[in-house]
Write a protein that binds this ligand. Structure first.
Ligand code: PEP
Ligand code: MG
Length: 316
């Protein structure tokens, strides 16, 4: 139960000492756009494009896609809109993009960027549509790839985007290898965004769909916090933005810790935005950093949470 005394006054995300942390929305379709605007999102930090492709026998045309992306950009004039290219495979199989073999472990199979590399025309059409939507729009379009494991993959993706004239191409960090080698990966992209849902799943080898592995999927796991810190530090050392767009960012206390670990923006379900905005406004960046350090010094999620809370007494 929150002891958050402050009132949500809207406005941009920032700490009490004025460190700006844009608070962005995760969006999975047209209807989420309204919620994002209504809850004061400063932009979109994760636009999941799967909804456009699911339940079809072939990929939507560039024209159809362009209109949908255009609506997202128009909802946030002058703001950042981060669109993730198709994250198919695993729990989101598409009949027209079959994996090349049987997959006993689809979560470890051809999904996300791996699948798009086998079907480069699908990616190219999507990137073409995004470039068309961005043309003449005042929104700042950033494009990112899901399920990136290596710098080589990230570099390939950035090349596809840059050829189409899209200046800002990034990688999601949701595979431990990408976080472990973030120092090299950040040099080949324009930004990174940490997906804590999959990063937790793959770090702990704990299926995110299983209800029985709760503690291992807890985003307060110190090992997960370590990977966030490592990634954010690598990004900062290279002058690149490092957002967080997994569910972890929706927890007000953890959001402050993520900022303390070095996240430069946070993206979450629209309805989570007001509480995170209030929480952040009650802490200095230094307090967030102390809370992050305290949490990483612990060995369990419960202890990490308690340690962070004791550094951020305004938050219950
Ligand atoms: C994530 O993995 O944390 C993420 C944001 O992507 P999704 O939940 O769509 O896999
Ligand atoms: Mg993911």
């Amino acid at each position: 139960a929150g002891q958050v005394a402050a009132r949500d006054t809207g406005g941009p995300g920032r700490t009490s000492d004025g460190h700006a942390v844009p608070l962005l929305a995760n969006v999975g379709g047209q209807s989420d756009l309204d919620a994002a605007v209504a809850h004061g999102a400063e932009g979109i930090g994760l636009y999941r494009t799967e909804f456009l492709f699911l339940g079809r026998s072939e990929a939507p045309s560039a024209d159809e896609q362009r209109q949908v992306y255009r609506a997202a950009l128009e909802a946030f004039p002058g703001r950042t809109v981060v669109v993730r290219v198709l994250d198919a495979g695993a729990d989101k199989p598409l009949s027209f993009l079959p994996p090349s073999g049987g997959e006993p472990n689809p979560a470890l199979g051809e999904r996300g960027l791996r699948l798009l590399r086998r079907f480069p025309d699908v990616l190219d059409t999507q990137v073409e549509a995004l470039a068309g939507a961005a043309d003449g729009s005042s929104a700042h379009l950033m494009i990112m790839a899901p399920m990136v494991a290596t710098a080589e993959e990230a570099s390939w993706f950035a090349g596809v985007c840059h050829v189409r004239g899209l200046a800002s191409a990034g990688a999601m960090i949701e595979i431990p290898a990408a976080a472990l080698r973030a120092e090299s990966l950040v040099t080949v992209v324009d930004f990174v965004s940490i997906g804590t849902n999959d990063l937790a799943q793959y770090t702990f080898a704990a299926d995110r769909e299983l209800g029985t592995l709760g503690t291992l999927q807890d985003p307060w796991q110190p090992a997960l916090l370590d990977l966030v810190h490592r990634t954010a530090t690598a990004a900062s050392d290279n002058g690149k933005p490092c957002g967080v767009c997994g569910e972890a960012a929706a927890d007000p206390l953890l959001a402050c810790v993520l900022v303390g670990l070095g996240a430069t923006s946070l993206s979450m379900s629209p309805r989570a935005l007001p509480a995170v905005r209030v929480a952040l406004a009650g802490q200095t960046l230094g307090q967030c950093q102390l809370a992050a350090q305290a949490a990483r010094g612990m060995e369990t999620p419960a202890h990490a949470r308690a340690a962070a809370r004791s550094e951020l007494p305004e938050l219950a």
